[in-house]
Design a binder for this molecule. Sequence first.
Ligand SMILES: O=C(O)C(=O)CO
Length: 433
Amino acid sequence: MAEPTNTPMPPSTPVPASTPRSESPAPPATSLTPNGTTAVMPMRFPPPPEGEGGAKRPIVLHIGDPTKYNPETHAEFSEMFEVIRPSAAERERSEFIKALKERRWGDFTAIFRPFWGTGGEMGRWDAELVDLLPDTVRVFASAGAGFDWADTKLLGERGIIYCNSGLAAAEAVADFAVAMIISTFRHLPWCMGAATLPHLLSRQSSSSSSADDAPARKAFQLCHAQATAASHNPRGHVLGLIGFGNIGQQIAAKLGHAAFGMRIAYYDVIRKSPSMEMTLGATFYGTLEELMKASDCVVLCTPASSDGKPLITADSLGHMRKGTRFVNIARGSLVNEDDLVAALEEGRVGAAALDVHADEPRVNPKLIEMAGLDGGGCYNGLPGRVMLTCHNAGGTVETHIGFEELSMRNIMAVLQGKEAITPVNMHLLKAKE
Ligand SMILES: O=C(O)C(=O)CO
């Protein structure tokens, strides 16, 4: 395992022009305040024209499940707008396209997706869908921090503001990241696997209820005896955050000097203010390479690349010191999983924790093997070094409540001619005629 290093933090380095890396809304329309909330620069549209006699309410297309929480906001929202919710069958891509061509839902002004579990049935919002939207659409407000499933550039070119809900998910994602980071220092897959899996395996291989529990006891004792030498306290180790938006900042606050005592390092295309760096005790690295070299644990907390290319490859992994830990709570497409497997085999990556996967819902079979499930927490006689979860990081009731509320508030703001709260594509926006 990589030991804490005394690598001096570099002085301020120029920000690279490429690789935008922050899940916070893009500049120049927005910026983050030191407490992680989003400040939005003014960019207003006039409210949509009223219908004949001024009585017609603007139509909002609600995709996915009905809202479950926030009844007061929803009452206000339904009062202001005519909310139309296509059926599950209408949300399937071919039917959705047919309905858009037929103008089945009229001249709607907003798209509302309050929950990420449903509402994505029509697939990627690419030119095939976006080109069919009526000119009246002004805002698309959705659940989710990530927006890799929507072409926000194209939406902007059509004059449609895309608002994500990253603010609502940030705390849940950061909490989950903390658990995963600790796991890479304490080998939780091994500890949990050794306590449970040998029992399951021996039960499966024995038909009698009195299965031989000797292998299970052995796995327990082995793990109890050996995990100590492989485990470390996070304190004093360098936590390298790739992306320093809301999520990265919250991880820093939870694991930094005031709590777990980790030394916070970050790489982002936008260097944060000196006061934010001081508050969070964070040191800026001007290149990914420098950050990878300096870190004891690297965490990806940045949106998917717009070109879909991975950021974690043999090349970037090659800059890590032997035994560095790696955590991904961002997007699977950011990681070349074959290269990660090779780095784990080589020991360059000492332990990994992945909530997101390149080909969801499929999980890389080699990574599953490395989690040590078959060997009672061990893989090839070594501790299971990979923690794998099912894209759970942001999934809490509180996140869901926040997704609904924020999406409704974004639509209410834009359609009333006010500023959007969490837009991500303002810098790409073409104003409506
Ligand atoms: O909000 C999102 O997009 C997430 O994937 C959180 O885990």
